[in-house]
Design a protein around this ligand. Structure first.
Ligand code: UD1
Ligand code: CA
Length: 471
């Protein structure tokens, strides 16, 4: 039977260099809190539980964890408070009461978001419930990191200690192999070693890294697994590092989409802040942002500079440039072969059928449009039910709000609404009817009728315009 894994995620630090009111681990990468990425990874390892060590902004961090969805939502999450924060060893000490000795403890950091399951699984295998396994990395510039001190020069020689930069001798500072901050350790051994920590060092902190010396003293083998992908162990301490890792993360997602066949005009100019499902022959032009849950079916084309959130786009639909779609919690549906934009805005509850056309500067909210309905220019449809093949003229709006409540407008199949009309809801425009341009419609109209509601045109002959008097 596999040894149970308990993950400890250190997330109590202040994150001073972010210069933000928000706790560091709640800053977003790919639209998701840094800590959520780490919890997702722990969930993929089929860990028995994850214990998040909180301190700075503990209430906020714990509340954010409670709301986690997706993979992270299925993992048993517990919290250990660390107040004050006396170092990484002290942080793990706070989690000890929640750890059982039959397991292996995997230590992760809440601010190292791009770690993947594979190297961690390898590390856990190396630990095997017997050894102290460290994830390490060779760095051209190791400044600031803990150095891996080995018995000899050979890469395979015995690991003796981790020395923090601030405690390192000039010779140790030359070492390029660094400790990533990630280790796997048998819990029963960890418990004993944490009890022996002291803070007699340059930072007066209880260093988790000191347990390496104890392992060596106790004759417990220490193995170092070197990872080559530095981004997986890169920590975030500043807005610059956050932005850099965001690009790395987005690149990963762009690659994954292209592997599924998506044709991205430029993988460097795409941002996915959520989950995207794609069909075959999907094309996405530059500078598009996808948020929340977005689904693009076969043959969908997305023009440049679109922002699309929480939407389902059916096969063959084309979204022209500069379109903004945000379904929020009600979603937006775009039907097969529909044409949206350029410069269109689809808001929550916009449910557009097949072959619907929405043109420039048209806003649609909480409205259903049946097959073939069109609103091509400068219009607003809110709380409307629009039948098949309706043509909705330029400049027309539904007046859906009376200052207190919202009301529905029903436009039955085959209706033509002229330009610059105001449909004052609640109101129904009968099937096949026509509404003359410039009408303000306040009562239901019969099917098939032409309805006009505006001042009659008068022309006064030989009209003399006033002239300015000269003095
Ligand atoms: C730590 C390691 C160092 C390693 C580096 C990798 C120690 C002593 N040093 O250094 O060898 O190269 O990570 O990035 O472990 N935290 C707490 N409570 C605390 C202190 C820190 O929860 O009291 C959390 C932080 O929020 C952070 C993580 O632990 O998530 C690491 O802390 P940080 O101060 O960044 O460690 P480093 O000094 O960088
Ligand atoms: Ca530190």
């Amino acid at each position: 039977m596999a040894i149970p894994v308990d993950v400890v995620i250190m997330a109590a630090g202040r994150g001073t260099r972010m210069k933000s009111r928000l706790p560091k681990v709640l800053h977003r990468l790919g639209g998701r809190a840094l800590l959520a990425h780490v919890v997702d990874c722990a969930a993929r390892l089929s860990a028995r539980q994850a214990i998040v060590v909180t301190g700075h902004g503990a209430m906020e961090v714990e509340a954010a964890c409670a709301g986690l969805t997706g993979a992270a939502g299925h993992l048993s999450l517990k919290f250990a408070r660390q107040e004050p924060q006396l170092g990484t060893g002290h942080a793990v000490q706070q989690a000890l009461p929640l750890l059982a000795d039959d397991g292996v403890t995997l230590v992760l950091s809440g601010d190292v978001p791009l770690i993947q399951a594979a190297p961690l699984e390898f590390l856990l295998a190396q630990c095997g419930g017997q050894r102290l396994a460290l994830l390490t990395l060779d760095m051209a510039d190791p400044t600031g990191y803990g150095r891996i001190v080995r018995a000899g020069a050979a890469a395979s020689s015995q690991v003796l200690a981790i020395v923090e930069q601030k405690d390192a001798t000039p010779a140790q500072c030359e070492i390029r192999e660094i400790y990533s901050g990630i280790m796997a350790v048998p819990t029963r051994l960890l418990r004993g070693w944490l009890g022996r920590l002291d803070n007699r060092n340059a930072q007066n902190e209880y260093y988790l890294t000191d347990i390496v010396r104890f392992a060596v003293a106790d004759g417990v083998p220490v193995v170092a697994h070197q990872i080559t992908d530095a981004t997986q162990v890169a920590g975030i301490n500043s807005p610059l590092q956050l932005a850099e890792l965001e690009r790395v993360f987005q690149r990963r997602q762009a690659m994954a989409l292209m592997e599924q066949g998506v044709r991205l005009s430029d993988p460097a100019r795409l941002d996915v802040r959520g989950t995207m499902t794609v069909g075959q022959d999907v094309e996405v032009d530059v500078n598009c942002i996808f948020e929340g849950q977005v689904s693009l079916a076969d043959g969908v084309r997305i023009g440049a500079n679109c922002v699309i959130a929480n939407a389902t786009i059916a096969a063959g639909a084309v979204i022209h440039p500069f379109t903004h779609i945000d379904g929020e919690k009600f979603g937006v549906q775009v039907g097969e072969g529909a044409r949206i934009g350029p410069f269109a805005r689809l808001r929550p509850g916009a449910n557009l059928g097949a072959e619907v056309h929405i043109g420039n500067f048209v806003e649609v909210k909480n409205s259903t449009m049946a097959r073939g309905a069109k609103a091509n220019h400068l219009a607003y449809l809110g709380d409307a039910t629009v039948g098949e093949c309706v043509n909705y003229g330029a400049g027309s709006i539904t007046a859906n709000y009376d200052g207190a409540s919202k009301h529905r407008t029903v436009i039955e199949a085959g209706v033509h609404i002229g330009s610059n009309c105001v449909l004052v809801a609640p109101v129904t425009i009968g099937a096949g009817g026509t509404v003359g341009g410039g009408s303000t419609i306040t009562r239901d109209t019969p099917p098939g009728a032409l309805s006009v509601a505006r001042g009659r045109q008068v022309s006064i002959a030989n009209w003399q315009r006033p002239v300015k008097k000269k003095d």
